[in-house]
Each structure stands twice: as C-alpha cells, then as structure tokens.
Design a protein around this ligand. Structure first.
Ligand SMILES: Cc1cc2nc3c(=O)[nH]c(=O)nc-3n(C[C@H](O)[C@H](O)[C@H](O)COP(=O)(O)O)c2cc1C
Length: 394
C-alpha cells in the first residue's frame, strides 16, 4: 500500500479531522443520539465477528467488481448520504463526488447537500452511479420537485430515509447550541430554475441558517408518512428504483418487498436517531433472510476497516456505505482526503480478500465469518477432553 504522509488508517484520519474541525462542526459530525449506545455498538459489533480464512488458493488476481441494481460497479464500497459536506471543507459535496468517482464508488447525495445535486453529479466520470437521498415533506411538492430534478440530472435511484420522522436528540449539538454557519446554503432548495417562482419552492424550505436546524427539520417533515401512503406516491412520480434506508427488521424488509422497493439499507443513521437500536451488522442477517434474494440489501454504520466491509458482504450485504470516514477525509484534505478514506478502505478490503483466500466478491459468503461466542460451540471439547469437535456452523 502507498500511504505517503497520509494517515495509515481510518482511526488516524478521525483523530486528524477532530484536530482541524471547529468544535461545533466536529460535534455535529461525530455525535450520536442520547447516550450514544447505538453509535458505539455499530463499530464494536464488527469485532464480535471473526474471520475464517481459507489457505492455499491462487490469490494473485483480486477483483472487487460486483453488480448493484443490475449495473457493474468497481467496488461494493459506497458513500452514504451526509448533510452539509461544506462544514468539513469548502470543496464540499463536489470534492466528495470526484473522490467517489475516482474510487468507482456509488455516491448517495443527501437532500441537505451544501452543493446542488446538478453540480454534484456533473463531477462524475460517467461510470459512477449517483443515488439521491430523500426526506418527504408535509409539502409534498417540495419533495416531488427534488425527485424530478434528480431523475432529470441522471441519478439512478431514490433513497428514502425512513428512520427520521423527527430528528434524534443529539446531546452534543444541544450543549453546543449548534447551528450551521450562516455562509452555508442548502443548495438543493435554491434551484435557480424556480428561484423566481412566486409559489416559493425555494423559499418554502430555504432554511434560514439562523433557525435551529433540528426544529426546522421537524416542522417540515411529514410524520404521517407510511408504507401505504409513501412508496406508492413515490412510484407515481418517478421511474427510479426506490431504496428504503433505515431498516433493521425482517418485518419491515418484507413490507419493502410487498411495496415494490428495489432494496433496503440496513442502517440506524449512524446511531444518530433511536439510541439503543440494534447495531447494523447484528440486524443484517435477519434482513438478508427476509429479503430472500428478492431485493438487494445494503448496510451502513460503523464501518471503519476493510475487514468490516468483508464481514458485511459475508453476511449477505450487496454493498456497504460509509459516512463519517469520508467526512473525516474531507476535513483532512478535501478531495484528496475523501479519496484517501475510500482508498484506505478499498485496499484493506482487497487485503482481507487476499488473506482470506477469496478473489471475487461472489465468493465471500457466511462460511468466512463467525461470532466468537460460537467459537466455543464450533470447537467445544470432544469426548475425552480432546478439543476441537466441530459442532455448529454460524
Ligand atoms: C454528519 C452526518 C450527517 C448525516 N446526514 C444524513 C442525511 O442527510 N440523510 C441521511 O439519510 N442520512 C444521513 N446521515 C446518516 C448516514 O447516511 C449513515 O446512515 C450513517 O452515518 C453511517 O454510519 P457511519 O457514519 O458510522 O459510517 C448522516 C450522518 C452523519 C454522520
């Protein structure tokens, strides 16, 4: 691996970002909800799963290529939607977009981008897939216009975030009385085409940055949104496939299938919404089972190493998305730093594949991981105290 003088792992990148970011912005990126149990669990739970590598295989050629929504992609590693990249660096989402394109990663753009969706997708190289993340507002015409713009601009899927009918309570932000700095604009709500529209599309959701972000979010979000009234409405206004982000249960996965969604993202919003919710890697197996290969399953939350990606793929995720690591990279060195974050994870994934004896993503299955709790089951002592009797598979 070539690191030059850059940080050698995501944890180092995190420390650097903490040093360079102003306290309020750092708090906004870093914080989880309430006691931050879920935020911690997302990371910690990956280490509950251990690798189960195979040896003496030809690992001279490793490919992370796979297909997502029927399209070839270079890697199953993508960028999760995050509000306000310009809090990290003036390059903002445009810089992240170029970094994602360079790594061949899908980028999901947040509704609350500080760069317009048209500008973000224009940074791509033609091969990169962009997906648009959506919140549904009481004033549905606001959401509808965003959806139509995204489709027109070339976004390939719509990611409906369903775990945030209201904003979670982030104590760090409350203590810091955090508000985005006034020079930042949520540019998706400042569409030049409609800026002069007397109906006031832009102004209806143009957050005055002096307002509390959370309060504005809560006041505009549609808390009546449901499986019954949400997905069919979205399907009536777009032909983009719909992916539901924020699923943690088999029950909701089956509902996503019933309502014709193309995929689900196993996510708890990086521990920023319901504190105490299950870690995503722990929720993944039940979602994969319920999905039954009828829809694609993706995961985000707590991924900090290439081996975490490998574990999620082994447990049935088709792709894995990261949020904070990319923001940390961006804070560290703009486009270069965001790319570095993705490249670190990408190279670590390739290394994990090599050392586990897998050369293709399709070869990574559940036989390559198990939970240490099961180690004692798998290798429980045999009859005469002789160890290592294989009793159970994961
Ligand atoms: C600063 C920040 C802003 C976020 N903004 C959004 C957003 O606008 N929309 C959304 O669906 N998820 C948002 N998320 C959640 C991420 O998409 C993702 O679910 C989660 O952060 C992944 O966990 P990780 O940060 O541990 O990689 C945000 C997360 C962070 C850290």
């Amino acid at each position: 691996m070539e690191f030059n003088n850059d940080p050698v792992c995501i944890k180092d990148l995190e420390k650097l970002a903490m040093r360079v970011m102003p306290g309020g912005a750092w708090g906004y990126y870093d914080s989880g909800a309430n006691g931050e149990q879920t935020k911690r669990d997302n990371e910690d739970s990956f280490s509950e799963y251990r690798l189960h590598p195979r040896m003496l295989r030809d690992v001279s050629q490793i490919s992370t290529e796979t297909t997502i929504l029927g399209q070839k992609v270079k890697t199953p590693l993508g960028v999760a939607p995050c509000a306000m990249h310009k809090l990290a660096h003036p390059g903002g989402e445009a810089a992240t977009s170029r970094a994602a394109a360079k790594n061949g990663s899908i980028m999901i753009l947040s509704t609350y981008s500080t760069t317009s969706l048209e500008k973000v997708i224009a940074q791509g190289n033609g091969d990169t897939q962009y997906w648009m993340q959506l919140y549904v507002y009481q004033n549905r015409s606001v959401s509808e216009k965003l959806v139509r713009r995204a489709e027109k601009a070339g976004f390939k899927a719509l990611v409906l975030t369903v775990d945030a009918p209201v904003l979670g309570r982030r104590l760090v932000d409350a203590r810091n009385k955090f508000n985005p700095p006034p020079h930042l604009r949520l540019e998706n709500f400042m569409d030049p085409e409609v800026a002069n529209d007397p109906a006031g599309y832009s102004s209806s959701l143009a957050y005055s940055t002096s307002e509390t972000f959370g309060a504005t979010f809560g006041a505009n979000g549609d808390q009546t949104l449901s499986w019954a009234n949400g997905i069919s409405w979205l399907k009536s206004i777009t032909s983009m496939p719909i992916i539901v982000k924020g699923i943690l249960t088999a029950e909701d996965t089956r509902l996503a299938i019933e309502h014709g969604c193309a995929g689900v993202i196993v996510s708890n919003h990086g521990g920023r919404q319901l504190d105490g919710a299950l870690a995503t890697i722990d929720a993944l197996p039940q979602v994969v089972e319920a999905a039954d290969d009828k829809i694609e399953v993706y995961l985000d939350g707590g991924v900090r190493r290439g081996s975490d990606i490998f574990k999620a793929l082994a447990l049935g995720a088709r792709a894995v998305f990261v949020a904070r690591p990319v923001l940390w990279g961006l804070a560290y060195k703009g486009e270069h730093g965001a790319y570095h974050a993705l490249d670190l994870l990408q190279k670590e994934l390739e290394l994990t594949m090599t050392l586990s004896g897998t050369t293709k993503v399709s070869e990574i299955d559940e036989s390559y991981v198990y939970r240490p709790a099961n180690r004692w089951i798998r290798y429980a002592p045999g009859k005469n105290g002789n160890p290592k009797k294989l009793l159970a598979k994961l």
